[in-house]
Write a protein that binds this ligand. Sequence first.
Ligand SMILES: C[S@@+](CC[C@H](N)C(=O)[O-])C[C@H]1O[C@@H](n2cnc3c(N)ncnc32)[C@H](O)[C@@H]1O
Length: 235
Amino acid sequence: MTTGCVQPARNAANSFKNPEAIANYAEGPPRFVPGFEALHRMTGVLLAETAPAQARVLVLGAGGGLELGALAQAQPDWRFVGVDPSDPMLDMARRTLGPLMQRIELVHGYIDDAPAGPFDAATCLLTLHFLDAAERLRTMQALHSRLKPGAPLVTAHSSFPQDPASRPTWLSRYAAYAVAAGANPEQAASARAAVDAHLNLLDPGEDEDILRDAGFSDIAMFYAAFTWRGWIARA
Ligand SMILES: C[S@@+](CC[C@H](N)C(=O)[O-])C[C@H]1O[C@@H](n2cnc3c(N)ncnc32)[C@H](O)[C@@H]1O
């Protein structure tokens, strides 16, 4: 899967279960998500504002291991639980993370399969756009219940204006950025079509409402890059 999170929403987990399809996964996000490396760095900085030196961090949608690797390298004393329903994506995480796995526990499943915690911090990157609004709320509520009071959560995923005048323009910019970043134009066009047809896209305001309804407060957008948005919030 090289297209940076564009698989059909109704079988999102299944989309990541084909080892061939995800073989080159790590190439996708840097091409399709502007500032992908900086997003990881900012996530680490935001979590470290309040997380303790020996924080235990919950990483939901951890397949591939990219943010786990970035966070584990930035914070040598943090420990992590990574949760993901895709075995091939978890296998890729194990291969990518190598010795860092000593501080990481990977759990196959969904948020309900995560330990109760309570955790000192959490992330959910490039994942929530696969969930419809009701499942997104349920997932965020279950994640909230696994955090210590006031603990930080960083989320980032596809979220941009959905009105009929704006949506196609932003989708085209999403594809154009990928081509500018080195993606094959046909692949970028196919990714655009898949995002348009299959992802559960919400307005950024709706995403903020879901976080609020799930019990989070101090919700602040820290990242906006074409079709992508990221938030810091507190449990
Ligand atoms: C595009 S990948 C993002 C992986 C990683 N967070 C990153 O940024 O590279 C989306 C991941 O979400 C996982 N996923 C899909 N539905 C999920 C759910 N309901 N809960 C947790 N993870 C889910 C998929 O298996 C996949 O590994």
